[in-house]
Design a protein around this ligand. Structure first.
Ligand code: ADP
Ligand code: MG
Length: 353
């Protein structure tokens, strides 16, 4: 296993009767940007803390660069860290904060000065050396934390919701910067967030966690477009999940509509048809035309500027959400209009219910 590679093998952690990390195995390549994504309480921080060495697993192994680090304390693991609860020191100025990991290692003063200057240049904080945290904005403080995490040039950096406290615009800027810096340094990043968009934009691969387990793992587009289960489908964005069942001739949806799915994981007779709102086409119409088309009535039309979101009732109690781009010459539909929704077999999947 090369330097910068990370692996968890069968890692399990219990607190009392609760299993908060359940037999998690994963392998991360050197230089990969890997994200643990999941709702609050799904075990992301615990998994990262086990990697860092702050929490000891009940079972399993932690491998860094091919070395078994399961029994090694945090400071022996050589990781950079940006944790939410690992704030920068208020009594040290910017240079002092960034120098801290090197000072602890007794790196010579002249070398510290050079490397602090480099790290501050990377996060665009040159000239801020003498400021104290209270004299910095939230985004600047976060960049100091980032500089501190990379100043010792660790091959692997762990980040736990590092942008959680920032407003939307600043978040976006920092996402781009973190991504750019890690790529430039070739750092392996293991990033934790509960924010789906953040995970989709930043990651090479995402592991979606649910109750301490990895529900699915893959590149952003794959997990978004080809979820393996309803949890992943719904967690990663707006998802239509319609009751579907196998019958003699194929798969039937609401009102007996014929369905054809490109793929899926439907094991039994009953399941759900998954389709993203932006994959549905909408046009005036009153009757289904072949498989993967459903006629319905617009219940609600929300004008969102660049798109229009329609809620279309296709059968008693079955409503599909459709996002239509507000492109050139788009005819808008109104509540009460009869419409036909259609989609491609390769854009939908049959999932277990
Ligand atoms: P996440 O980071 O995904 O929000 P955590 O890993 O922090 O989730 O927590 C997962 C579960 O483990 C939660 O139910 C949490 O309450 C529990 N937990 C975390 N740390 C401890 C602890 N030290 N003692 C007891 N329970 C804990
Ligand atoms: Mg957490």
């Amino acid at each position: 296993m090369a330097a910068g590679a990370v692996a968890l093998e069968g890692v399990t952690k219990r607190y009392g009767a609760e299993t908060v990390v359940a037999d998690v195995s994963l392998a991360i390549a050197p230089g990969e940007f890997f994200t643990l994504l999941g709702p609050s309480g799904s075990g992301k921080t615990t998994t990262l803390s086990i990697l860092a060495g702050f929490v000891t697993a009940d079972a399993g192994r932690v491998l860094l660069g091919g070395q078994d680090m399961t029994q090694v304390p945090p400071r022996g693991r050589g990781l950079g860290m940006v944790f939410q609860n690992y704030a920068i020191f208020p009594h040290l100025d910017v240079a002092g904060n960034v120098a801290f990991p090197l000072a602890v290692k007794r790196v010579p003063k002249a070398e510290i000065a050079t490397r602090v200057a480099e790290a501050l240049a990377l996060v665009k904080l040159t000239g801020f050396e003498g400021r104290y945290p209270r004299q910095l904005s939230g985004g600047q403080q976060q960049r100091v934390a980032l500089a501190r995490a990379i100043v010792a040039r660790p091959g692997i950096v762990l980040m736990d919701e590092p942008l959680g406290a920032l407003d939307k615009n600043l978040r976006y800027h920092m996402q781009v910067e973190i991504k750019e810096i890690s790529r430039r340094l070739g750092t392996t990043v293991i990033y934790v967030t509960h924010d789906q968009e953040e995970a989709l934009t930043m990651s090479d691969r995402i592991a979606i966690m649910e109750h301490g387990r990895i529900a699915q793992m893959g590149p952003p587009r794959e997990v978004y477009e080809r979820p393996d289960n309803a949890f992943v489908a719904a967690f990663l964005g707006e998802a239509n999940l319609l009751p579907a069942r196998r019958d003699g001739t194929g798969v039937a949806g609401p009102g007996g509509a014929r369905l054809e799915a490109g793929a899926g994981t439907l094991p039994g007779a009953e399941g759900l048809l998954f389709i993203r709102p932006e994959k549905l086409g909408i046009a005036p119409g009153t009757a289904a035309e072949g498989p993967n088309s459903l006629a319905g009535r617009v219940r609600h039309a929300s004008f969102l500027g660049n798109t229009v979101r329609y809620a279309v009732e296709v059968a008693e109690g079955a409503v599909l959400v459709c996002d239509a781009p507000n492109g050139a010459g788009t005819v808008l539909h109104a509540a009460g209009d009869s419409v036909l929704l259609r989609w491609r077999a390769e854009d939908c999947r049959l999932l277990a219910g």
